[in-house]
Each structure stands twice: as C-alpha cells, then as structure tokens.
Design a protein around this ligand. Structure first.
Ligand SMILES: [Zn+2]
Ligand SMILES: [Zn+2]
Length: 229
C-alpha cells in the first residue's frame, strides 16, 4: 500500500479492481465516483446554506412580532414624545376607522430604513452579510405582516376561534384599558409580562364601533356596541 498524500484516499473510494473485461469496465466506470461525491457534498453545502438563510429570515420575521409589541407598550403608550406615539394615539381616537396600512408604511419607511441600515452595519461584521441581510429581509416582511394583521382587526369580522379571541384581546385594549394587551398579532409578550386580559365580552362605545360590527348588527363574537345613554 502506497501512501502518497491524498492518492490513497482517492483510491479507497474506488471499487476493487477485477481482472478481465468486466474489471476494466468497473474501473473505468468508477473514475467519476469521487467527482460525483464532491458534487453531492457541494449540493449538501448549498442546501444547508439555503436552510440557514431561511432560518435567519424566519428569525427576523418572528422578531418583528416581538418588536411591534414592545414598541406598542414602551413607545406608543410611553411617556416620551415620538412621532409614532402621536400616530398611535390618533389611531385610538379613530379606532372605528379602517387603518390605512400603505400610508402607515410610507410614514415609517425612512425611520425603519435607517434603523435597519444601522443594524446591518453593526451585525454584518459579527454574523456576516448573508445572515444579516436575510434577518433584515425577514424583519421587514414581519413588520409589514404585523401592520396588515392589526388593520384586519379594524376592517373585518373575525373568522375562526383564534381570531375571535384575538379580536376581543385587541378591542379590549381600545375599549377599556390601554395599559394591557399590547400584542398586535399574538399575546405572548403580554402573558410573559402579566398584561394579558381577555374578557368574554368587550363593550365598545358607539364612537369606536367599526363598520364590520355595525354591519353584523352591533354584536359579534363577544364584541358588542354599548347602548347609547
Ligand atoms: Zn388597533
Ligand atoms: Zn394602543
């Protein structure tokens, strides 16, 4: 057995030589084996790398839901003046109106863009550009998704048990207590911080009643209109 660098390793990948025509055929046929193994490894590497990129994008998407909930709690209902706080308090005054998501996104695009650029500059040297960009793309998609989900609670009636529960969760925040229920798509952070309150019935002041609830006759899935006094 000769051991010369990697030569022996390459040979070990070949099937044993067999004498005669069949042996020649086997040996010739075995030549591309290590090439196909290398190609297979390279395929595996690119699949793993794609999965990792998807993983970072999904992490960004999930982080958006936590960040929106934290923004709602600490900035939108915080004490310090902030343009997004002003916009959100206006949304509380006009909760009966549909939420205009494209204009919401336009208003916040420059601020969010600057924050994402800063985040990329800080994280890229630590995580690498591919991971940071995947995370940022997921985060941006998540922020847009949260805004559309929130707008839906003002635009249409809930469909299914989770939505009925979530609609009551959000409308309780509007109707009764703005110090609880800050999650805009899910209650996880509120449960973690002890600010989740979901009564079986939520009563809305007539000024807060959205069009979908009026169309449903004033009461739907535990959300109802208060009688005028
Ligand atoms: Zn709302
Ligand atoms: Zn609010």
């Amino acid at each position: 057995m000769r051991l010369v660098g990697n030569v022996e390793i390459t040979r070990s990948l070949r099937p044993p030589a067999v004498a005669g025509a069949a042996g020649r055929y086997q040996q010739e046929d075995s030549e591309p084996d290590h090439i196909s193994i290398l190609a297979h490894c390279s395929d595996n590497v690119s699949v793993m790398s794609l999965l990792r990129t998807i993983g970072w994008a999904s992490t960004g998407f999930a982080a958006a839901h936590v960040l929106e909930s934290a923004w709602h709690r600490f900035t939108a209902h915080g004490k310090r003046p902030d343009p997004t706080r002003t916009g959100h308090l206006e949304h509380h005054r006009k909760a009966a109106d549909p939420v205009d998501v494209p204009s919401e996104i336009r208003d916040n695009a420059a601020r969010v863009g600057k924050t994402l650029l800063g985040l990329n500059l800080v994280l890229a040297p630590l995580l690498g550009l591919r991971r940071t960009v995947a995370f940022s793309v997921g985060l941006t998609a998540g922020l847009v998704a949260v805004n559309y989900y929130h707008a839906r609670m003002h635009r249409r009636a809930p469909r299914g048990r989770y939505e009925e529960w979530m609609w009551r969760f959000h409308w309780h925040h509007h109707a009764a207590d703005a110090r609880v229920n800050f999650g805009l798509t899910n209650p996880l952070l509120d449960f973690a911080l002890g600010t989740a309150v979901v009564p079986a019935e939520v009563t809305l002041h007539p000024n807060l009643v959205p069009a979908w609830l009026r169309a449903a006759g004033g009461s739907f899935a535990g959300i109802r209109t208060a009688s005028p006094t």
